[in-house]
Write a protein that binds this ligand. Structure first.
Ligand code: PLP
Length: 427
């Protein structure tokens, strides 16, 4: 494949945009080489500026669960655009999507829309602090909750990829209120509660971690977090920016049967347009302005185009009673078949998978936390990534990221993916 135009576009972008990209992981710094500039996306495929076509396993980092540019979502956005792009007033559409979500997701009474997952998580922490009157919160190493200051401490995703999970610019004063524990290590969480009695407002957790590669909660981990929060008067926040409407319509709360006090959303909820949200029970959500004293706002919050894209996406998912079964099955097939091929080549690996999220770790038997994810062979992942890329398969450009399978990926795309992987030579 030729990347002449992508290469030229990257050089040009580099002059005007820091690092040439608007979100760090897109720069291919971890895997090396020049980032591919896309110009269109439809169904299971993306096409780059040099007219190369790829089967897409990122799907915009999760939002494109139906595949790209779904015709019904496209039509709904076009129709909405005729009626205005942004009102800055309430609209009926906002209640429609809120109602659909509240009535079909367990354990939430109210939902507030924002414009990104970062905003959702940052607002949920503020609300938890306002509600409990406490300052500190617990997060897990390798989990990513957006780029707000208090989360950039041993953060996952791009922060892990670039080896600087603690960002300059985060003050010591901010960092001191973020307490860290190892993912899946309940003893560390107990210790933190013991040493910070009466000071911890919340635990925030990715119920399936997707930002150190895909890492699953071990049995009872989430249940034990629930119990410790109850025993210590803290709130449990599920960051479902990745898992919400992906593991099931009710997200991880439904799949693991664990109730969170606050839940954050992003990605699928906006159907590809910029949307985030946070939700919870009345007794907590009533503390938000204008009803309560905890301030939170947004010029484009509840934007009609974004609400229409999100609502149409969620309605399409709900209409198809086999939706989750189908994408989960596709992902399971990929997992098993890729595993078979890698075994036949004696390439030691571990595939972690939940629902339609998965990732491959090379040269390691099990990955249940960030340290283990870091011990995988990332340079082998990088070779694997580039081999697939040049054969028209687009994976996330880092071993610390999760693949998101869309409903547009069918047997034909799976077969092509397996054919390419079977040609991969480990050297
Ligand atoms: N929380 C999780 C679990 C995420 O994966 C992400 C982004 O990938 C965020 C929060 C931040 O969302 P956004 O990038 O929309 O700000």
């Amino acid at each position: 494949m030729l990347y002449q135009r992508s290469s030229a576009l990257f050089d040009e972008a580099y002059k005007y945009i820091p690092g040439g990209v608007n979100s760090p992981v897109r720069a291919f710094k971890s895997v090396g080489g020049v980032p591919v500039f896309m110009k269109s996306a439809k169904g299971a495929f993306m096409t780059d500026a040099d007219d190369n076509t790829y089967i897409d396993y990122i799907n915009s980092w999760g939002p494109a669960i139906l595949g790209h540019t779904h015709p019904e979502v496209l039509e709904a956005i076009k129709k909405q655009a005729e009626n205005g792009f942004s009102y800055g007033t309430p609209s009926e559409l906002e209640t429609e999507i809120a109602k659909l979500i509240v009535e079909n997701v367990p354990n939430i009474d109210q939902i507030r829309m924002v414009s990104s997952g970062t905003e959702a998580c940052m607002s949920a922490i503020r609300l938890a602090r306002g509600f409990t009157g406490r300052d500190k919160f617990i997060k897990f190493e390798g989990c990513y909750h957006g780029h707000s200051d208090s989360f950039l401490i041993k953060a996952g995703s791009g922060a892990a990829t670039f080896g600087n999970p603690n960002s300059p610019g985060v003050t010591a004063g901010t960092a001191k209120d973020t307490l860290l524990a190892r993912y899946n290590d309940i003893e560390q969480v107990k210790d933190l509660f013991r040493h910070n009695e009466g000071q911890i407002a919340a635990i925030i957790v990715e119920p399936v971690a997707g930002n150190m590669g895909c890492v699953l909660p071990e049995s009872n981990f989430l249940q034990n977090l629930r119990r410790l929060c109850d025993e210590n008067g803290a709130l449990l926040i599920f960051d479902e920016v990745m898992t919400g409407f992906r593991l099931g319509f009710g997200g991880a709360q439904e799949v693991f049967n664990v109730k969170a006090d606050l839940v954050t959303y992003g990605k699928v909820i906006g159907g590809g347009l910029p949307v985030g949200a946070f939700a919870g029970r009345n007794e907590i959500m009533d503390h938000l302005a204008p009803k309560g004293a905890v301030y939170q706002a947004g010029t484009l919050s509840g934007n009609p185009l974004a609400m229409r894209a999100g609502l149409t996406t969620l309605e399409l998912i709900r209409k198809d009673e086999n939706f989750y079964q189908n994408i989960n099955k596709t992902t399971e097939t990929l997992d098993f078949e890729i595993g078979k091929i890698l075994n036949s080549k004696d390439i030691q690996h571990r595939i972690n998978r939940k629902g339609s999220m998965m990732s491959i770790f090379f040269h390691i038997n099990a990955v249940s936390n960030f340290d283990e994810a870091a011990h995988a062979n990332h340079s082998l992942f990088n070779n694997f990534f580039h081999f697939l890329l040049k054969n028209g398969i687009y994976l996330p450009p880092s071993g610390y990221e999760t693949w998101f399978i869309s409903d547009a990926i069918k047997q034909k795309e799976i077969d092509r993916t397996l054919e390419v992987i079977s040609q991969f030579q480990y050297s």
